[in-house]
Design a protein around this ligand. Structure first.
Ligand code: ADP
Ligand code: 3PG
Ligand code: MG
Length: 395
């Protein structure tokens, strides 16, 4: 480990600048729909202010595109943070400039100040050196606890830490790196990955890397149809990405030491005459998708086969729903797989995003050993790629 842990930094009496990922979902009226990411940063936050340091917090919220957007102000997050902790929380509606300078100088040990949305400034995403230098002025020690943003090389995650000799990883970042890292290093076997979702382009690198590590990869979601086509099956109007057919054929041929194929595909699927405004849907065998029809979920037989594989696993990693689960008619495959995962004795890790929403909607999240706070970041890590924000912490 080339980086320091927050626990090992001497922070008493200092001013700590910490990058967090408070990019929380907001509902239509602008309220926080899920405060998991804020609560997940509390251990680091309370450790810092509780150690007699003052704390300047910075995060992005949404994608305002480098300019001010009042509907994405961090103020609502400051408010929520104030409800979740007994320590005083201040807010300033800027990230750099005189106003921030004054608030930062007035900050006492045990107090924290949340800056405005970093992405109101174009220099955040472009990792502008001047913007990074100005952010770095707000602390003598830099801590990163923003796992969800660790795959982004931005001013607050990569530019700013270069200015610090004292820096380290917060408790959340440390835990995420340790849990996800252990999947790649010494997983309890059999290790079964369950992958779904819509775009194969975003997950092909993940599959290429995981296939060397896992015992089985179960594939559902729209991604399965590119594999179906690669295997020579009719796919109707289902989503297929022609660009990956050759790669999928290669992957389908990979076998374990006992000669079994590592990739398991659905044997049946739910098809509809169209996705929006469909008038009919039914379950068909994998080879029997009618022309013009669209695959929208995995079928019952597939759920049983997948559940069987899942029940024998020692480690499970799940990312991506098995069908268009936002629609009740096409949610059974995702539900069946979620139930099987929650009910297994394996060590269970779920990547962020829609898979987590599905688990939460079914009240099954409690039975998962680790739910990552990062969708993109967890996938980047399991692809075997370096996380730029973690690299920036090395001394
Ligand atoms: P996650 O957020 O868990 O990483 P993704 O973002 O990759 O998952 O994929 C989620 C999306 O995939 C969902 O919106 C779901 O509707 C869609 N999806 C799953 N199966 C299909 C399918 N057969 N056709 C179209 N979209 C699908
Ligand atoms: C996320 O929610 O995945 C992170 O906060 C990163 O956000 P981004 O995809 O807008 O960079
Ligand atoms: Mg998603």
């Amino acid at each position: 480990m080339a980086w320091k842990r927050l626990k090992d930094l001497d922070i008493s009496g200092s001013r700590v600048l910490m990058r967090v990922d408070f990019n929380v979902p907001l509902n239509y009226s602008g309220e926080i729909a899920d405060d998991t990411r804020i609560r997940s940063a509390l251990p680091s936050i309370e450790h810092i202010v509780g150690s007699g340091a003052s704390l300047v917090l910075m995060s992005h919220l949404g994608r305002p595109g480098g300019k001010k957007d009042p509907s994405l102000s961090m103020e609502v997050v400051a408010h929520k943070l104030g409800e979740l902790t007994d320590y005083p929380v201040k807010f300033v509606d800027a990230c750099v400039g005189e106003k921030v300078q004054k608030e930062v100088s007035d900050l006492k040990p045990g107090e924290m100040l949340l800056l405005e949305n970093l992405r109101f400034y174009p220099g955040e995403k472009s990792n502008n050196p001047e913007f990074a230098t100005r952010l770095a002025e707000w602390g003598d020690i830099y801590v990163n606890d923003a796992f969800g943003t660790a795959h982004r090389a931005h001013a607050s995650t990569v530019g700013a830490p270069l200015h610090f000799s004292k820096k380290g990883a917060g408790f959340l970042l440390e835990k995420e790196l340790s849990v996800l890292g252990s999947l790649l290093k010494d997983p309890e076997r059999p290790f079964v990955a369950v992958l779904g979702g819509v775009k194969i382009s975003g997950k092909i690198k993940l599959i290429e890397n995981l296939i060397n590590v896992v015992d089985r990869i179960i594939i559902g979601g729209a991604m399965a149809f590119t594999f179906f086509r690669a295997a020579g099956l009719e796919t109707g109007n289902s989503i297929v990405d022609e660009q990956y057919l050759r790669m999928c054929r290669k992957l389908l041929d990979i076998r374990d030491s006992s000669g079994e194929k590592k990739i398991i595909l659905p044997v049946d699927c739910v098809v509809a005459d169209q996705v929006e405004g469909y008038s009919e849907f039914r379950t068909v065998s994998a080879g029997d998708i009618p022309e013009e029809w669209v695959g929208v979920d995995i079928g019952e037989k597939s759920v049983r086969i997948f559940a069987d594989e899942i029940s024998g696993a020692g480690t499970i990693f799940w990312n991506g729903p098995m069908g268009i689960f936002e629609n009740e008619d096409f949610a059974e495959g995702t539900r069946g797989v979620a139930r099987a995962i929650a009910g297994s004795d394996a060590r269970k890790v779920v990547g962020g995003g829609d898979s987590v929403s599905a688990l939460q909607a079914m009240h099954l999240a409690e039975s998962i050993d680790h739910i990552s706070t990062g969708g993109g970041a967890s996938l980047t890590m399991l692809e075997g790629s370096v996380l730029p924000a973690v690299e920036a912490l090395s001394e």
